[in-house]
Design a protein around this ligand. Sequence first.
Ligand code: C2E
Ligand code: CA
Ligand code: CA
Ligand code: CA
Length: 279
Amino acid sequence: AKYLGGNNIQLYHQGLENQSKDYMEIEGELRKAMQNNELEVFYQPKVNVHSQCIESAEALVRWQHPKKGVISPAEFIHIAEDSGLIAEIGEFVLLESCLQAKQWADNGTAEITVSVNVSAHQLRHENLAQAVGNVLKTTKLPENQLELELTESSLMENLSAATALLKRLSDLGVSISLDDFGTGYSSLSHLKRFPVDGLKIDRSFIKDITSKPEDEAIVNAIIVLGHSLNLKVIAEGVESKEQLALLDQLGCDEIQGYFIAKPLSSQDMTTMLLQQKSG
Ligand code: C2E
Ligand code: CA
Ligand code: CA
Ligand code: CA
């Protein structure tokens, strides 16, 4: 028993060491990746439920690793957050997607909004409003073509700072949407205090919406609440025709998900926008 116990402890330590070694390895590789332009912005269309037109696209970062292939943000965003690298990644994604939206508008492809994810770290450390203002100025993208997606939990970290920041951002004319809505400990009273324009219902509520009446009830309640506050309501993670039909019936404004399209390279997104244009 003694032997086993000792062994277990040793294994435990090895586990931890491996974990932090991986962690630092990824952090180092991520730094290099940025220098080597291995990060790329993909775009996932958001479609108006009524017009069925693409109104906007969410910018989602991808890491094209020379050996490992495409690495998803789920695997590196938290490391980027902890190490502060997210500041650089966030600036890159913001600039790149504004340039892209401006280009689509200028070359006649489409006039759509781009939605950019903002991390908790960016809210804490960056002068986000100034960074956003600068990017709008450099890219000349009309401010109403930029939307920022922020999570409730990141805003809850520091309520008064967050409220002031949202005010500055909405003064700039960009839209703000609450991401992963329903998963944080959302305090409904803050909804009316935050100057937000939209709610994005988390995929976890959409997943079983056609089979679980409780999920349908929650989604219905979010849509009614959002509309009574004059907010646009969007559902993410829509994967089937049945989900879309139900969301349409419940009055959801926009949908995003594999049923429409997976996140696409800018080239593939351009093709999709051109197809829509030609009818
Ligand atoms: P998110 O903001 O909730 O983004 C939606 C995620 O759901 C994306 O995963 C998207 O590919 C995925 N998704 C979309 N439609 C469907 C669907 O129908 N079914 C399923 N199963 N999944 C769907 P992705 O691209 O892997 O991104 C994961 C998360 O990483 C994002 O979650 C976001 O929190 C974060 N992230 C991605 N890009 C950025 C970025 O540029 N900056 C920051 N701060 N975070 C980012
Ligand atoms: Ca998002
Ligand atoms: Ca989301
Ligand atoms: Ca989500």
